[in-house]
Design a protein around this ligand. Structure first.
Ligand code: GDP
Ligand code: MG
Length: 370
């Protein structure tokens, strides 16, 4: 594995070597300034200082495998955009997702959709769009907290009869924090008391100014009930996506994010993942958080078995050793041994951190007092 000298670690962490040596002593490691310590120990020292994020990522033995290597521009290909629907409760997020799904799935297929994996893909004008219906506000926040950026575009659903509400504002803030462009769907236009101008007016207070009012936010009046405006909305999504020029490299090993996961009685751990770069193939060895495994089978959103999942495709994955967490990144690694060892190291580290968090802090100074 990788290692680092005490001196190097001290420099990276902007601490004195003496400080590092003292910390190591407290961990039961006697080290000199030029001594090499392994990445895991270094990570633990870094964590002690609360610097885990930066330093750990840099030092982890697994970093080599999990780091995003540069793609050869020649290998990059356009990928579908990934869209999340956000908004206040009861403003019609679920209805809108259903309306989009139904509008774009042929009648014969509609009966075949029994599987629900919290994500689906549609085709509009021969272009695919991926919709995630899991990340409600909490899941979205949890994923963001873990550094996972899964969406390219946020659809902000605002009911035309109800207007901007607290969760509408929250959604705007989340999308902003993630740097994700917002398209506003002014929903429930079929209602007699629908007032889209009032919605537009209210949104200006949050910096979202409609294009027709001289701003740059796309706002589309829709009705999930009558399906009015759904096609326009899809048009607009494709337009915004086109401007973002989304690309990925399907030739590399697959990586992405766990969208949701659960323990299925019959099938064991089941994870819905979104492939964000590369191609995930049945038989691949994968790691996600402290879970590892070999992809035994994959299903698309319709529950159909697939052998490969390309960028922006959501798939259900069977074969994980345990249930990974929503927001965990997954990576394809070269072999089972690597997968297992990375996952086990992470599990150990997690246990260690939990153990330490539960332990009263004792410093050297405390030991030598009186
Ligand atoms: P969510 O909480 O944002 O997912 O909202 P839902 O999709 O569950 O919708 C909340 C309620 O609004 C349900 O009773 C829907 O039938 C209704 N609803 C959603 N969209 C429309 C719409 O376009 N028109 C009308 N009239 N009702 C709608
Ligand atoms: Mg809902």
């Amino acid at each position: 594995g990788e290692s680092v000298t005490v001196q190097e670690l001290a420099e990276k962490m902007k601490k004195s070597p003496a400080d590092i040596i003292k910390r190591l002593m407290m961990l039961g490691v006697l080290a000199t300034i030029n001594q090499e310590i392994d990445a895991d120990t270094a990570g633990i020292v870094a964590a002690e200082y609360g610097l885990e994020v930066e330093v750990k990522v840099e030092l982890d033995a697994e970093a080599l495998l999990t780091q995003e290597a540069e793609d050869d521009p020649a290998d990059l290909a356009p990928r579908p955009c990934v869209v999340t629907v956000m908004g206040h409760v009861d403003h019609g997020k679920t209805s809108l997702l259903d309306a989009i799904r139904q509008t774009n799935v042929t009648a014969t297929e509609a009966g075949g959709i029994t599987q629900h994996i919290g994500a689906y893909q549609i085709e509009h004008n021969n272009k695919k769009i991926t919709f995630l219906d899991t990340p409600g506000h909490e899941a979205f926040t949890a994923m963001r907290a873990r550094g996972a950026q899964v969406t390219d575009i946020a659809i902000l659903v605002v009911a035309a009869d109800d207007g901007v509400m607290p969760q509408t504002v929250e959604a705007i803030n989340h999308a902003r924090a993630a740097g994700v462009p917002i398209i506003v769907a002014i929903n429930k236009m079929d209602k007699p008391d629908a007032n889209p101008d009032r919605v537009k007016q209210q949104l200006t207070e949050y910096g979202l100014v409609a294009e027709e009012w001289g701003g740059d936010t796309v706002m589309v009046p829709v009705s999930a009930k009558t399906r009015q405006g759904i096609e326009d909305l899809l048009e607009m999504i494709l337009l915004v996506a086109e401007m973002a020029d989304l690309k990925a490299n399907p030739k590399r090993a697959g990586r992405g994010t766990v969208i949701e996961a659960e323990l299925d009685k019959g099938r064991g751990p089941v994870a819905t993942v979104l492939v964000q770069n590369g191609t995930l193939t049945v038989g691949d060895n994968v790691v996600a958080g402290t879970a590892w495994g070999r992809v035994r089978a994959m299903m698309d959103y319709r529950g159909r078995r697939v052998k490969k999942a390309v960028p922006s495709m959501p798939v259900e994955v069977l074969g994980f050793s345990e249930v990974p967490q929503a927001g965990d990144m997954f990576y394809v690694v070269p072999d089972e041994k690597t997968a297992r060892s990375i996952a086990e190291k992470r599990a150990n580290r997690k246990r260690e951190e939990e153990f330490k968090a539960a332990m009263p802090r004792v410093s050297l100074d405390d030991l030598f007092k009186q």
